[in-house]
Ligand binder design. Structure first.
Ligand code: 6PG
Length: 237
């Protein structure tokens, strides 16, 4: 996989780039295409975006893309249970990096609510559901094979990874995070025209290769192996 370029493996499309900016811009272009396809045919479209450090340049590029953003809903793959002005808030990240420029009129669907517990909030987020299916799910990955907040040690991991669960979000506690979290489930993330998996670095690429080969305890294996939504990888060193 040292050769940079595009290839199609048995399960998915893989795009390898020399720089993180190139990978991010290519992911943004693909997300815009998928959104545009949906907006051409229906009143509202939706996307899922993840937090963390990886998606910054992708969200910035997407924000500069002309689209009918006022018809776009933006859902979060996961959230730390902190107020929206907290440094660790994914809502804050998305408001500041995606809901600007051309995309300023997009509608963010917040996860955190001050007046509810994470459990109550997960129930409330079932109704009304966003415009489904999502046009694209932009998902990152940790070196422990987690995606969204579906960490290997999450108590409700089995429920989170069950594509048939019918649940959109679940509460998560994990040793990996100082904050309680809420995660979108694989059932939610896979109700998508496509999953754009964006991550950087050789260490994560090794995890990805292992996760593709077997269900060896990496939650991301289940995302790679589900059959509902095609997965497209965007990677750079
Ligand atoms: C989050 C995520 C999470 C993230 C990975 C990778 O909000 O933290 O949605 O799943 O994508 O932890 O994080 P980095 O991009 O910071 O490496």
């Amino acid at each position: 996989m040292d050769v940079r370029g595009t290839r199609m493996s048995k399960q998915m499309n893989e795009h390898f780039f020399k720089t993180r900016l190139e990978a991010s811009e290519a992911a943004a272009k693909r997300i815009a295409e998928l959104l545009s396809n949906r907006l051409d045919n229906q009143a509202e479209a939706s996307i899922i975006v993840s937090g963390g450090t990886t998606p910054g340049q992708c969200l910035a590029a997407l924000a500069k893309t002309p689209l009918d953003w006022q018809r776009v809903q933006v859902a979060l793959s996961d959230e730390r249970w902190v107020p929206a002005d907290h440094e660790d808030s994914n809502e804050k990240l998305v408001r500041e990096s995606l809901l600007v420029d051309e995309a300023a009129t997009a509608q963010l669907l917040p996860v955190y609510a001050a007046d509810a517990s994470p459990e109550q909030r997960c129930e409330a987020l079932q109704n009304p559901l966003p415009a489904l299916p999502f046009s694209c799910s932009l998902i990152g990955m940790g070196a422990d094979g987690h995606f969204a907040s579906l960490f290997p040690d999450a108590e409700q991991l089995a429920l989170g990874l069950d594509v048939e669960s019918g649940r959109l979000y679940i509460p998560v506690t994990t040793k990996a995070s100082p904050h309680p979290r809420i995660s979108m489930t694989l059932a939610g993330i896979s109700r998508s025209d496509e999953i754009a998996l964006l991550f950087f670095g050789e260490e994560k690429l090794d995890v990805y290769k292992k996760a593709l080969e077997s269900t060896n305890g990496f939650p991301v294996s289940r995302l790679l192996r589900q059959k509902r939504a095609p997965v497209r990888l965007f990677w750079a060193p």
